[in-house]
Design a protein around this ligand. Structure first.
Ligand SMILES: Cc1cc2nc3c(=O)[nH]c(=O)nc-3n(C[C@H](O)[C@H](O)[C@H](O)COP(=O)(O)OP(=O)(O)OC[C@H]3O[C@@H](n4cnc5c(N)ncnc54)[C@H](O)[C@@H]3O)c2cc1C
Length: 497
C-alpha cells in the first residue's frame, strides 16, 4: 500500500480520533504523548480504589462519536446513556434545587412558581436557537476554510436573520426571553461549557441550549468517560498504531518548506512524512515553532477560556440529594462572573459544578462510598500566577458543599486530590492553565481561529480544541474529520462522506 507515515503529537481525543481515521485508511501512525497515559483532558486518576474521570463528564452531539467509528467501519465500542434530568441547579439560600428536564412540560412545573408561561417562552427560544444550529452546522461548523475570504463567503450562505445574534451576548438573549433571574441564570450556564461567561459569549451560542434540551441532549458513558479512551486505545493497537508516552515534542527540523522531523525533550529525532499536532494549536506555534505571531506576549493578549480548579474526593457514605451533574451557585451571579475570572485572589463564595459518577456506575468507588469530582472555573495563570494556596480554596468549596448537602464531607474524606491551573498547565501543556483552549468570540472562530494546516510547513497539521471548529468532545471529533479532509486533499484523495 506504501502510504505516507503520520506522526501525531498528543493523545487527546483529537489525536486519537485522527489516528483512528488515518490508520483505518492504511496510514502507518505513531502517537507521541507528553503525559504517562493517553486521553489528554479526557484522562483518569486512580487512587486507593476510587477511579476518577479527570475532566469531561458528559458529551453532547453523540452522533459525532457514532460517525467517527462508522467512518472507520467499526461499531461504537462504548454504551452511551442519555441524561434526564440533564442536571440540577442549587441556588444559595434555596433548599430545593431545580431539576432540568428535557421535557419542557416537566420543566415548566419545575419553574411554575417563578416563570409564568415558561414552556411557550422556552419553545420560542429553542426554535430560534435550533434554526441557528441547523443553518450553521454544515455551512460553517463542519467546513474547512482555505482563507478568510472563503470563510466570509461561506458565512454569506447563513441566513442574515441570524446576524443580530452575533452582536448581542447570551445574557441579553436570556434576559429578553425570561423574567425570572433563576431561569435566566440556568439558561446562561451553557456559556461556562464554552469556558466563558454569558456576558462575554455571543448569543449565537444559544445553540448549546438547543443541543442540551432539544436536539441530542447530554450523554454519559457507561462505566465512566475514560472507557472511551480505553476502547479507542485497544482499536488503535489492533491497527498497529504505536503510542509512546512521556515524550514531549520541543522542537522541529525542517527542509524545503516541510517538517522533516520533530525532536523530543531528550533531543531524539522523530521523522515522518506527515505531522499532526494535537497539542494546543496556538501555543504549539509559539513555544515549539517560535512563531512571532504566537509569542507569549501575543498569546497572552488572545482570549482564553477559564481555567479549571478540580477536586477529586473519595467519600465514605452516600450523599443524598446529588445527581450525576449538579451546579452550586451563589446569589451575585453578575458580580461574580464579571470580577472573579480576572482576579488574583481566591473567591470567598465560589460557584462550582459537582459530578458524582458513583450515582451512575458502582465500579468507580468502593461499596458504600461516593466518587466526587468538583470543578470550579477560576482565573488562568495570566491573572493568578501563584496557586500555593490551592488547598485553602479546596477547603472552602468542600465546606460549602457539606453545608449545602447536609452531609459532613470533610469528616468522611478517604481520598482527596486537588489540581490547580498550574497542575493542569504542567500536566498537559494547557496554555496558562486555560481549560478549554482558545475562547470562541467571533474574532477567534472559523478562519480567525488558528488553522488546521500550518501557514509555513506543507506537511504540518493541527487537530483539537484550539483549532477549527472549537472546543468540547464533539467539536474535537469534528476537528479530526476536518484535518483528515485536509490531509487527503493534499495527498490527492477525497474524503468520502
Ligand atoms: C475540567 C474539564 C472538564 C471538561 N468537561 C467537558 C465535558 O463534560 N464535555 C465536553 O464535551 N468537553 C469537556 N471539556 C473539554 C474537553 O475535555 C476538551 O475540549 C477535549 O478533551 C480536548 O481534546 P484535545 O484532543 O483537543 O486536547 P487534549 O485532551 O488536551 O489532548 C492534547 C494532548 O497533547 C499532549 N501534548 C501537549 N503538548 C505536547 C507536546 N509538545 N508533545 C507531546 N504531547 C503533547 C497533552 O499531554 C495531551 O495529552 C472539559 C475540559 C476540562 C479541562
Amino acid at each position: 500500500m506504501n502510504k505516507k507515515t503520520a506522526l501525531i503529537i498528543g493523545s487527546g481525543l483529537g489525536g486519537m480520533a485522527t489516528a483512528l481515521r488515518l490508520s483505518s485508511l492504511g496510514y502507518p501512525v505513531t502517537i507521541l504523548e507528553k503525559h504517562s497515559s493517553p486521553g489528554g483532558r479526557l484522562n483518569q486518576i486512580k487512587i486507593d480504589g476510587f477511579t476518577f474521570d479527570l475532566g469531561p463528564s458528559f458529551m453532547s452531539m453523540s452522533y459525532e462519536l457514532t460517525e467517527l467509528f462508522k467512518s472507520c467501519n467499526l461499531d461504537i465500542p462504548v454504551q452511551l446513556i442519555p441524561l434526564d434530568p440533564v442536571y440540577q441547579v442549587f441556588f444559595e439560600g434555596k433548599d430545593k434545587p431545580y431539576r432540568i428536564w428535557k421535557d419542557l412540560s416537566k420543566l415548566e412545573q419545575e419553574f411554575a412558581a417563578i416563570e409564568p408561561d415558561f414552556a411557550a417562552k422556552a419553545q420560542r427560544y429553542l426554535k430560534r436557537a435550533g434554526s441557528i444550529f441547523h443553518d450553521t452546522e454544515y455551512r460553517v461548523v463542519k467546513k474547512n476554510f482555505y482563507n478568510k475570504l472563503d470563510y466570509l463567503l461561506k458565512l454569506t450562505r447563513v441566513p442574515p436573520k441570524h446576524l443580530p445574534f452575533l452582536f448581542r451576548n447570551l445574557w441579553e438573549e436570556v434576559e429578553n426571553t425570561f423574567s425570572s433571574e433563576e431561569v435566566r441564570i440556568i439558561f446562561s450556564l451553557v456559556a461556562f461549557f464554552l469556558g466563558s461567561t454569558p456576558f462575554k459569549t455571543p448569543a449565537i451560542y444559544t445553540i448549546l441550549n438547543y443541543t442540551e434540551l432539544e436536539h441530542d441532549g447530554y450523554w454519559k458513558i457507561q462505566g465512566g468517560m475514560y472507557r472511551l479512551v480505553e476502547e479507542m486505545i485497544k482499536l488503535l493497537k489492533e491497527k498497529n498504531v504505536e503510542i509512546i508516552y512521556n515524550t514531549e515534542i520541543t522542537g522541529i527540523e525542517s527542509s524545503n518548506g516541510n517538517v522533516a522531523a520533530v525532536t523530543d525533550q531528550h533531543g531524539k529525532r522523530w521523522p515522518a512524512d506527515i505531522f499532526i499536532a494535537n497539542a494546543d494549536a496556538a501555543a504549539f506555534r509559539g513555544t515549539v515553532l517560535n512563531r512571532p505571531r504566537y509569542s507569549e506576549q501575543k498569546l497572552d493578549k488572545m482570549d482564553w477560556t477559564l481555567a479549571p480548579f478540580t477536586i477529586y474526593l473519595g467519600v465514605r457514605g452516600k450523599i443524598d440529594g446529588l445527581l450525576h451533574h449538579n451546579y452550586f451557585l451563589g446569589n451575585n451571579f453578575r458580580g461574580y462572573a464579571d470580577e472573579i475570572f480576572t482576579s488574583s485572589i481566591n473567591p470567598q463564595k465560589p460557584y462550582y459544578y459537582v459530578n458524582v459518577p458513583s450515582k451512575s456506575y458502582h465500579e468507580c468507588a468502593p461499596d458504600g462510598c461516593e466518587n466526587v469530582l468538583i470543578l470550579c472555573p477560576v482565573p488562568d495563570l495570566r491573572f493568578k500566577k501563584n496557586w500555593d494556596d490551592k488547598e485553602k480554596l479546596a477547603d472552602t468549596i468542600i465546606d460549602d458543599l457539606s453545608k449545602r448537602t447536609g452531609y459532613d464531607i470533610t469528616k468522611n474524606i478517604i481520598v482527596r486530590k486537588t489540581l490547580s491551573p498550574v497542575d493542569w498547565s504542567q500536566m498537559l501543556n494547557l496554555y496558562k492553565g486555560s481549560g478549554l483552549g482558545l475562547a470562541h468570540g467571533m474574532n477567534q472562530v472559523g478562519a480567525f481561529r488558528p488553522r488546521n494546516k500550518d501557514e509555513k510547513f506543507s506537511n504540518l497539521y493541527y487537530v483539537g480544541a484550539s483549532t477549527v471548529p472549537g472546543t468540547g468532545l464533539p467539536m474535537v471529533i469534528i476537528s479530526s474529520k476536518l484535518v483528515l479532509e485536509r490531509i487527503l486533499n493534499d495527498n490527492g484523495s477525497v474524503l468520502e462522506n
